[in-house]
Design a protein around this ligand. Structure first.
Ligand code: FAD
Ligand code: SIN
Length: 547
């Protein structure tokens, strides 16, 4: 059975929820998410949301910090747009009920919020809710969404592919997105969701790597769906590794926030010796690509598995009050962060590139928008400044919602969209193939397409991923779709896009560091790596099907 609405939203992180709340004034909204609505990268955000708030700060400085981190690839107009919209979007979150931590740090904001400092920021400007900012944002936004009669949330509904008029071949005129097919996991059925406009707010793709701070839902589905539909995807080589993911056999994807270093924790080796000064005069507060590379170097040259964060000399009460979530999680694992060293290692954290959008969040296909981590707006360039992504999502959700509300696109009828055709697919009795390939892709990305790359490693990764793509496609057409299979298909596409983009960039810049081309081209303007014909690559792997 198909579902119809004016607006379709894929994702319930900050991007999807802010957008849904705004467009609900103009029509019906269907919102899909893969698991429970709370689950996604937003929920795990610790540090907070960056925005100018005090008389010691100003837009020019936040813009400058963002441009420096972005290593020559940011779009300055977009940086200005996002930074200048920050105070209004933060105010809106507060009005919707987000409770940021208050403090007495001399802020001129009328409510005197406690602002944190993070790497790459030249002053304190990070609004946070203790160290559980994402939990608080999700709580407040979902509470509002549940009060909104125009919004329906479909949990455990995984979007599989975009439905475009070009694919349907029964509409004339320019290509347009009319919705998605989604797997209703609980019913075990694929349904069509049609709408005037569709928003991709599917978050990032950390699961393409073995070590990641991201939760399981972050398998790059939106980027993969867009690429398969021929929508341009850019800058996928810029995968940000967070320097300090907790390194412990029982800790799955647990982040130790950058704000911990902002609060004075030092990075030390197994002998308790500081090392960051050797790498950058900003020490522990250098931008995270610099810190992640330094840690990677220490780990590889010393033959160790991790380095440590050291809070010694800091006030214990301030640590436990400032970082209750980190304190509790570490304590459960036998680490008292007020006295013990915290073992940490870099892990894939954020996808700086993504689906190419304009200043209103519009993709190249009419009726299709992308907001949040799935998108490439030009804000982050070659490296994202800490705590700029929640801000970007809030600002672009606002812009895209205003545009979508004005969009003069007819409401497609479910009758125009065929039911999902499973062909002769059968239930698979070889699910081991899926888990094996899943593991192989993630290991391959970790080993060959990590913090430091070489031409040879990239070639090796490309060969492995091409081989795995063929196997996955064969499996896809022959067996009934499951979430695991769909996610595998998507991380394979993401891996391919990352490797292909990394091979195309013949320089080192920001997060992309290749020992075989260590220079940064000084050409102005620096260029994005844009892949706009992925459907051709995909045609190589896919059997010719109606969709
Ligand atoms: P997400 O919050 O990831 O939401 C994605 C949504 O899409 C989910 O609802 C998911 O179910 C749904 N979805 C995905 N695929 C499908 C599909 N196929 N079908 C249906 N639904 C789908 N940024 C900051 O600015 N400050 C921070 O302090 C910060 N800390 C972070 C800490 C951690 C541990 C992590 C992982 C990230 C952090 N980030 C931080 C980054 C930031 O949290 C994310 O970039 C941001 O929250 C992404 O929001 P989003 O709405 O784009 O996606
Ligand atoms: C953190 O708290 O260190 C994460 C901040 C971010 O990813 O922006």
């Amino acid at each position: 059975m198909s579902e119809q609405s004016d607006f379709l939203v894929i994702g319930t992180g900050i991007a999807g929820l802010v957008y849904a709340l705004k467009v609900a004034r103009f029509g019906t909204v269907n919102v899909l998410c893969k698991r429970e609505p709370e689950e996604g990268n937003t929920r795990y955000a610790q540090g907070g949301i960056a925005s100018v708030a005090t008389s010691e700060d100003n837009f020019a400085t936040h813009i400058q910090d963002t441009l420096i981190a972005g290593a020559g690839l940011c779009r300055e107009d977009v940086v200005r747009q996002v930074v200048e919209a920050g105070p209004e979007r933060v105010r809106e979150l507060i009005d919707w009920g987000v409770r940021f931590t208050h403090g007495h740090n001399g802020a001129t904001h009328e409510m005197e919020y406690d602002l944190h400092l993070e790497g790459g920021h030249s002053t304190k400007r990070i609004y946070h809710a203790e160290d559980r900012t994402g939990v608080e944002i999700e709580r407040a936004l979902l509470e509002r969404v549940r009060q909104e009669p125009n919004i329906r949330v479909f949990e455990y509904h995984m979007a599989i592919d975009l439905i475009t008029t070009a694919k349907l071949r029964q509409f004339s005129g320019a290509n347009r997105c009319v919705g998605v097919y989604a797997l209703d996991e609980k019913a075990g059925k694929v349904r069509a969701f049609v709408a005037r406009t569709t928003l991709l707010a599917t978050g990032g793709s950390g699961k393409a790597y073995l070590l990641t701070t991201n939760p399981d839902v972050a398998s790059g589905d939106g980027v993969a769906m867009a690429a398969r539909a021929g929508v341009p995807v850019a800058n996928m080589e810029f995968i940000q590794f967070h320097p300090t993911c907790l390194y412990h056999p029982m800790a799955k994807n647990f982040l130790i926030s950058e704000a911990v270093r902002g609060a004075g924790a030092k990075l030390v080796d197994e002998n308790g010796r500081r090392f960051m000064d050797k790498y950058d005069e900003r020490g522990e507060l250098a931008p995270r690509d610099v810190v992640a590379r330094a840690i990677d170097h220490e780990i590889k040259t010393r033959g160790v598995e991790c380095v440590y964060l050291d809070f010694s000399g800091q006030n214990a009460a301030e640590i436990t009050e400032g970082f209750p979530g980190i304190y509790e999680r570490c304590y459960e694992l036998g680490i008292d962060i007020t006295t013990d060293l915290i073992p940490v290692a870099p892990a894939a954290h954020y996808q700086c590139g993504g689906v190419v959008v304009d200043a209103k969040g519009r993709t190249s296909v009419a009726g299709l928008y992308a907001v949040g981590e799935v998108s490439c707006t030009g804000l982050h360039g070659a490296n994202r400044l800490a705590s700029n992504s929640l801000l970007e999502a809030a600002v672009f959700a606002h812009e895209a919602s205003a545009d979508a509300a004005r969009a003069d696109l007819p409401l497609p009828s479910p009758k125009d969209v065929p039911e999902w055709d499973a062909g002769s697919a059968t239930d698979s009795d070889e699910t081991v193939v899926v888990s094996h390939n899943w593991d192989e892709i993630r290991r391959c990305m970790q080993n060959y397409v990590g913090i430091v790359r070489t031409d040879r490693r990239l070639l090796r990764a490309k060969a492995r991923i091409d081989f795995l793509q063929r196997e996955i496609w064969e499996y896809y057409w022959n067996f009934v779709v499951t979430r695991d299979l769909l996610e595998l298909r998507n991380i394979a596409v993401v891996a391919d896009l990352v490797v292909t983009s990394a091979m195309r960039r013949r320089e080192s810049r920001g997060l992309h560091y290749n020992l075989d081309c260590p220079e940064t081209f000084d050409a102005v303007p620096a260029k994005d790596t844009c892949i706009s014909d992925y459907q051709k690559t995909f045609a190589k792997f896919a059997k010719v099907q109606g969709l």
